[in-house]
Structure formats: C-alpha cells, structure tokens
Design a binder for this molecule. Structure first.
Ligand SMILES: [Zn+2]
Length: 77
C-alpha cells in the first residue's frame, strides 16, 4: 500500500458558520490534512502561504496555495 503524501493547512470552515444572512459574520477556521497532490491534475500543490484576511470586518487567518492546474479549492468533500 502506497503512502500518500499529505499536507496540513488552515482553511475557512464555512460549514461551521451561521448560514449567510443569519446573525453576524463570524469566520471560523479549521486545520485539515489533505493530499499533497492536487486531486484534479495529480501534480504537487503549491506551497501554502498564510494570509490575514477579513470578511465583513472580521479578521481571520487562513492558508492558500496555487496548484499547477489553477485549481484552488482545498477539498471537495
Ligand atoms: Zn491540479
């Protein structure tokens, strides 16, 4: 059985937040472990970079990366 390389990143956890339009925006983040290679093209994902970003005045920190094929979504599931 092959060992699949993984990477651990911090991403926005929109599913953990209130539905849009309900109450105040309160960004949540979570740490996830994902395959180090892009699910779409199979190439190694770009190096994650941390960003402070804001949504409606609420600041939060996440990591983003660029994949060789341009796919940016960290996980589809
Ligand atoms: Zn890709």
């Amino acid at each position: 059985m092959d060992i699949i390389p993984t990477m651990t990143v911090t991403v926005r956890d929109r599913r953990g937040e209130s539905p849009w339009g309900v109450g105040l925006t309160s960004p949540r983040t979570r740490t996830v472990t994902i395959p180090a290679n892009c699910r779409r093209c199979g190439e190694k994902r770009g190096e994650p970079k941390g960003h402070n970003t804001s949504d409606d005045g609420e600041w939060y920190w996440v990591q983003t990366w660029n994949n060789p094929c341009g796919e940016r979504t960290p996980n589809d599931d």
